[in-house]
Design a protein around this ligand. Structure first.
Ligand SMILES: C[S@@+](CC[C@H](N)C(=O)[O-])C[C@H]1O[C@@H](n2cnc3c(N)ncnc32)[C@H](O)[C@@H]1O
Length: 264
């Protein structure tokens, strides 16, 4: 067994094959949020990954910068999803220009790569600096509160298989709760039918709770405009145009829209 820092982020094409979004649901949901709350045109997509969502927002008429830590993701985004500017930046602390953006978006749990309180403070301090007064933060992620009293996602490993470029890949994913670090830890083992050695990939997300998120956003000068579990681009059933935000924070995804009311 070999280990990989992150098999999917090292292989952006594999990432898009494993998590297809042919209807650009995540991008459309984000654009809907930006319009609903009247965001200006300049958007920063932090943790932009393959650039799919950044490119969708660009096509919708926004001036977009996609930022990610992975050079492989950025190279893929520049080649396959042109339009936005793509830059390397760490969401734990970045400086892409004071007041340079009208919105920061952070999709598919990228915000939860802030594992510690210091990293979360670093992210929100950077967002506060990057946003113009009244700017928006739009984020979509797992909901830590889902794991209070529920073990269905922890009890049995999740098996998945898909074919990419003639090779069949199988993954086994195990999730565990690390209560001390307040992290959801993931171990994913990949096998491929091309004779290559199995690969083990480890990652973790912060288990962030809705009221904790409210508290930290307020501490950084943000007013929460919406905080809800669905509908969203990764909920079941998924969001569709015209649907309004819900009012509960019970299910396994969390969506937040917050406005910077107290700039530095
Ligand atoms: C689950 S992907 C989400 C990608 C994209 N937002 C989407 O919704 O398809 C998480 C992304 O966050 C990036 N990432 C992880 N840690 C990061 C960090 N500290 N700073 C910036 N990006 C990071 C990864 O490289 C990866 O592209």
């Amino acid at each position: 067994m070999t280990t990989a820092a992150n098999l999917l982020t090292d292989n952006p094409e594999l990432y898009e094959a494993r998590f297809p979004d042919p209807d650009r649901l995540a991008g459309r949901w984000t654009e809907d949020c930006l319009r609903r709350y009247g965001a200006g045109p300049r958007v920063l997509d932090m943790g932009c990954g393959t650039g799919r969502d950044a490119a969708h927002l660009h096509a919708a008429g926004r001036r977009v910068t996609g930022a990610d830590l992975s050079e492989a993701m950025l190279a893929h985004a520049r080649a396959h999803h042109p339009g936005p500017a793509y830059v390397r930046a760490d969401l734990h602390g970045f400086d892409l220009g004071r007041g340079a953006f009208d919105a920061v978006v952070c999709l598919d749990s990228a915000l939860l790569y802030c594992h510690t309180n210091d990293q979360l403070d670093g992210f929100l301090t950077s967002c506060r600096q990057a946003l113009a007064p009244g700017g928006l933060l739009v984020a979509e992620m797992r909901n830590g509160a889902y794991f209070l009293g529920r073990t269905d996602l922890l009890d049995t490993p999740k098996l998945n298989s898909f074919t990419w470029r003639g090779t069949q890949y199988r993954s086994t994913t195990t999730l565990t709760v690390d209560r001390t670090a307040q992290l959801l830890r993931r171990v994913r083992t990949w096998t491929a039918d091309d004779g290559s050695a199995p690969v083990e990939q480890r990652s973790a997300w912060r288990l962030l709770f809705p009221q904790e998120l409210r508290y930290v956003l307020a501490a950084h000068g943000f007013e929460v405009l919406a905080l809800y579990d669905g509908p969203g681009p990764r909920t079941e059933p998924p969001w569709h145009e015209g649907q309004l935000p819900g009012a509960t924070t019970d299910a396994d995804r969390l969506h937040v829209v917050a406005r910077l009311t107290t700039p530095h």
